[in-house]
Design a protein around this ligand. Structure first.
Ligand SMILES: Cc1ncc(C[n+]2csc(CCOP(=O)(O)OP(=O)(O)O)c2C)c(N)n1
Ligand SMILES: [Mg+2]
Length: 697
């Protein structure tokens, strides 16, 4: 690209004026950060980012993550000016613009593809949904791990298929957030030199100057993590920015932080450096003043001067096309030489799983002693992961307890020295673990995580974002209730199930025995558009005799009739439960049955999936005419009313738990067969005013 500083400046000012106009028109959004960051982003895209606007999903593209999601107009402007093409549902590039000028005019409007914060799947070119500060940084670490892992597994001599870099743009807020500390610490430990974070150090957040609450020595902090740090004193100094990006690319043993000192609201003289500059439209007058300062035609809105898009085409466009073309030739030759590996890559690209991925799923024999569902999960996970080479994951220092370790030959550990390993060691960093897993899923890998259910609270933001983005992360949570016993109330989840069930698009699965665990993993892996929270017990649970009780694949419909009155009689009471409490209900059922009382036990491993079933199925499992209902779950009461109605009975947790052996806790909090049995009788008496015995008795 020939040197033309004036044209470069024009491009930068186009990003700024598009941003001002969009924010002004929407009367909502943030103009300051995109305006301050415009030169940084421009220089990165034009001179360094390897990205082909005509093939936005090219697997070896560099990733650009806008962690400062409130600066979304920066990204939309770049996507427009670089003329990035939209992809269709199958991921193929079309001739349509990812972001047209009309799209920018509809910034933040209903059904536009330029929502307030960048949203994955909604706008081609948005690599991840950002907005909750710090999440994008966590994602970027996952993407950098993915790049390394792909390289280790697929690159061969003469075939450097994967060497992409990951750039994330962060602000003061991102770096204040705890997740940035976790993620940076992990990235430093792993020496992810393919990762660069650019810190927009404008020293302003919403309440005003960062002096109010932030005096970290950021560079010292990152050096402490083992990062390489660079500073650019003036955010408008393209040469200095260029040198910094070039240096970051030369690093081989550490990620790089580039601190870029900028002034927010650049070009908006009256608000410069103030809290007011942070947000909201600038106002007509300010916009006019700023445009005058740029030498812009003041009467023009959403104006892209001639040659601006052309300049992007000569920069990022030409470089990306060239690199992608070379890559494609390399890939074609690779496919001839390594057809099996190429087939794997095609499956990954298509979000598919290998044929026979579930061929080794274990079938568990009936067993009164049984095993903890976390243990069955470990077996199932190993059986599937051995057949899905791009499944990788790990725990936040709890792999031995959560049974999330891959033990088969060659599984290995991912480390700074060996990027082929599939066991990730997240350290005690749940929040980053969730965001890193999202970054892996956004890179088309099939990740899973592991920790105790109680600590799902420590990683709720990434769980929620996985659901929002519709990406298939499996979040394994063990120690699912007071059933964990002596560790006590700090470790005993109560409200966590209700909270996870409240996340739209998240499948929450709480299987009752080993065979339900198998089916749970089958469901979780079979859907590439839904994340799953897999909720498992610490304590052993009987492996049900599936000849006597219904088959475990009933789990695929969310809830199913596990046991019915033996003589085919219509049930007079429904016992509803998930996980370990299914067994308490079954014990009560045995006693009711012995007494000739017609009871049904419904295993409800997933409310979400059950709610997706048609009414006929739902009514067949929970006939509307049966009002006598008892729900049993060692979790919060919230939500069970939906299934038992106002008059039904809920044997649930109303308080925190306690530290004691499990049996004592179950007795104290009422999770005993006797209690369920009595509740069932009370229900029948309430509804039909009798003992529930068949008429004539
Ligand atoms: C987790 C989280 N907390 C709070 C917010 C609300 N919020 C949006 S922008 C912002 C300030 C961000 O400041 P900074 O990162 O310095 O960005 P700048 O103002 O410089 O653009 C806050 C608190 C958020 N988006 N995410
Ligand atoms: Mg700031």
């Amino acid at each position: 690209m020939h040197s033309d500083p004036a044209l470069d400046q024009l491009c930068i000012d186009t990003i700024r004026t598009l941003t001002m106009d969009a924010v002004q028109k929407a009367n909502s959004g943030h103009a300051g950060a995109p305006m301050g960051l415009a030169p940084t982003a421009y220089q990165l895209w034009q001179q360094h980012l390897l990205y082909d606007p005509n093939e936005p999903l090219w697997p070896n593209r560099d990733r650009f993550v806008l962690s400062v999601g409130h600066a979304s107009m920066l990204l939309y402007s770049l996507l427009h000016l670089a003329n990035v093409k939209a992809v269709d549902d199958a991921g193929r590039a079309t001739q349509k613009s990812a972001v047209s000028l009309d799209d920018i005019r509809r910034f933040r409007q209903l059904d536009s593809n330029t929502p307030g914060h960048p949203e994955y799947r909604m706008t081609t070119g948005v690599e991840t949904t950002t907005g909750p500060l710090g999440q994008g940084l966590g994602n970027s670490v996952g993407m950098a791990i993915a790049s390394r892992w792909y390289a280790a597994r697929y690159n061969r001599d003469g075939f450097p298929l994967f060497d992409y870099r990951v750039y994330a743009l962060a602000g003061d807020g991102d770096l204040m957030e705890g997740i940035s500390h976790e993620a940076a610490s992990l990235a430093g430990h792993l020496r992810l030199s393919n990762l660069t974070w650019i810190y927009d150090s404008n020293r302003v957040t919403i309440e005003g100057h960062t002096d109010l609450a932030y005096s970290d020595d950021v560079e010292a902090r990152f050096r402490g993590y083992g990062w390489h740090t660079l500073a650019v004193e003036d955010a408008n100094d393209l040469k200095a920015l260029d040198a910094a990006f070039a240096e970051a690319k030369r690093m081989t043993d550490a990620p790089t932080l580039i601190v870029v000192k900028s002034v927010i609201g650049w070009g908006a003289p009256h608000k410069q450096g103030t809290a007011a500059a942070h947000s909201d439209a600038l106002g007509e007058e300010e916009v006019a003043l700023a445009k005058r300062a740029y030498g812009w035609p003041e009467d023009k809105q959403f104006y892209v001067p001639p040659h601006v898009q052309e300049r992007f085409a000569q920069g990022v466009g030409a470089r990306g096309a060239q690199a992608r073309g070379a890559w494609q030739s390399c890939m074609d030759a690779y496919a001839r030489r390594y057809p099996d590996l190429a087939r794997e890559l095609a499956l990954i690209d298509g979000h598919a799983l290998p044929d026979g991925w579930d061929a080794d799923l274990p079938v568990f024999d009936a067993d009164a002693k049984g095993e903890a569902t976390r243990a069955s999960s470990g077996e199932v996970l190993n059986a599937v992961a051995a057949r899905i080479p791009w499944m990788l994951g790990g725990a936040a220092d709890l792999a031995p307890s959560t049974k999330t370790l891959l033990k088969f030959e060659g599984a290995g550990s991912f480390s700074r020295d060996d990027s082929s390993g599939r066991n990730l060691h997240f350290g005690v960093r749940e929040h980053a673990m969730g965001a890193v897993a999202n970054g892996l899923a956004l890179s088309n890998l099939r990740p899973y995580t592991g920790t105790f259910l109680i600590f799902s609270d420590y990683m709720k933001p990434p769980i929620r974002l996985a659901a929002l983005m519709e990406i298939p992360v499996v979040f394994v949570f063990t120690h699912d209730s007071i059933g964990l016993g002596e560790d006590g109330p700090t470790h005993q989840p109560v409200e966590q199930l209700a909270s996870l069930r409240g996340v739209p698009g998240l499948t929450v699965l709480r299987p009752a025995d080993a065979n339900e665990v198998r089916e749970a993993w089958r469901v979780a892996l079979g859907d590439a558009r839904r994340p799953t929270a897999l909720v498992l017990s610490r304590q052993p649970l009987r492996t049900l005799d599936r000849k006597r009780f219904a088959a475990a694949d009933g789990l695929r419909r969310g809830a199913y009739v596990l046991a019915d009155p033996p003589d085919g009689a219509a049930p007079s009471v429904l016992l509803l439960a998930a996980g370990s409490e299914v067994h308490v209900c079954l014990a009560a059922y045995e006693r009711l049955t012995q007494e000739g009382i017609a009871a049904r036990v419904v295993s409800m491993p997933s409310w979400d999936i059950f709610e997706l079933q048609d009414d006929a199925y739902k009514d067949s499992v929970m006939p509307p005419e049966i009002d006598a209902r008892v729900a049993v779950e060692q979790g919060a009461t919230l939500g069970w009313d939906r299934y038992v109605g106002r008059g039904g009975e809920k044997i649930v947790m109303h308080t925190f738990g306690a530290s004691a052996p499990m049996r004592d806790l179950q007795a104290k909090f009422g999770f005993t067969p006797e209690h369920v049995y009595e509740a069932a009788k009370r229900q029948i008496a309430r509804v039909i005013g009798s003992s529930g015995l068949p008429s004539g008795d």
